[in-house]
Design a protein around this ligand. Structure first.
Ligand SMILES: [Zn+2]
Length: 112
């Protein structure tokens, strides 16, 4: 389940019929005005809206089928990392303490 792809699909499903309805109403208005052939301009939008609707449904299905990317196990994160040179990364402010001190010179957090 990929919620972001699923939401994208839902949006396409919603926007598709809106485009189709807009094109249909525009087309109807043009016909009522007496200009029947001008309706051809709305045809790509009409088809595009329908295609967007179908693509949206497929996108929804793909979003449901696809596995959650955050479900995989994360590598163990170390807050205080000691580098081979003896440098200590502060776990509070994240700055590298290269002075070999037990306390961070930037924020006072004890490195140990
Ligand atoms: Zn610090």
């Amino acid at each position: 389940m990929r919620s972001d792809i699923f939401i994208l699909g839902i949006m396409m499903v919603v926007i598709g019929p809106v485009l189709t309805a807009a094109a249909a109403s525009s087309c109807l208005f043009t016909i009522l005005s007496g200009n029947i052939f001008a309706c051809a301009n709305d045809l790509p939008v009409f088809i595009g809206g329908g295609a967007l609707f179908v693509t949206g449904i497929i996108t929804c299905l793909v979003g449901v089928i696809m596995p959650e990317p955050y479900a995989r196990p994360r590598p163990p994160s170390s807050t205080t990392t000691t580098t081979p040179t003896g440098q200590v990364t502060c776990k509070k402010c994240g700055r590298v303490n290269s002075f070999g001190l037990f306390a961070c010179p930037f924020c006072g957090e004890r490195a140990s």
